[in-house]
Design a protein. Structure first.
Length: 162
């Protein structure tokens, strides 16, 4: 799966592979199954939105270390406040979404004010969704590869155990 993700981001999907891998890791941080992956992606996307808003405030405000520090402090407080909602309760996944967005701004060398499809906010958002998809697919693959069978029945779904 890692080889496929790397190949896709190098050839077909114009997103940073490291963002895909971090979002993928977040899907395992949050738990197993489709619901956990959805919560992970929602938390990552929350971080993307908070980072974008934070960087827009800094840009519109003229920049500077004092404004940057204040804005990031407010953004951090907002991330923790938002993690009280069950759908985005994984605060580390929110923070990683924030960090992935800031890193994407730096790597692309495109201002955060570029809200086009190739702008850093949407690139980071798409990359965390792709990472969530890989998290789901690799979780399903691992389950299929490690499933124990006993007389043709799967113990995980109520079959006999050894």
């Amino acid at each position: 799966m890692g080889a496929l993700a790397t190949w896709l981001t190098a050839t077909v999907l114009p997103v940073p592979v490291w963002v895909v891998f971090l979002a993928w890791a977040c899907s395992f941080l949050v738990g197993n199954g489709a619901g956990a992956v959805m919560r992970s992606v929602a938390a990552n996307l929350t971080g993307v939105v908070v980072a974008t808003a934070t960087l827009l405030v800094v840009t519109v405000g003229g920049g500077g270390e004092l404004l940057l520090g204040f804005a990031v402090g407010l953004g951090s407080a907002l991330m923790i406040a938002l993690s009280r909602f069950q759908v985005v309760a994984a605060a580390p996944a929110i923070v990683l979404g924030f960090a992935c967005t800031v890193g994407t701004v730096a790597v692309l060398d495109v201002p955060v004010t570029d809200l086009s499809v190739s702008g850093p906010a949407l690139v980071a958002a798409f990359a965390v969704v792709v990472g969530g998809v890989f998290g789901f697919l690799s979780g399903r693959t691992a389950t299929l590869l490690t499933r124990r069978r006993n007389n043709g029945e799967d113990p995980a779904v109520g079959g006999a155990t050894a």
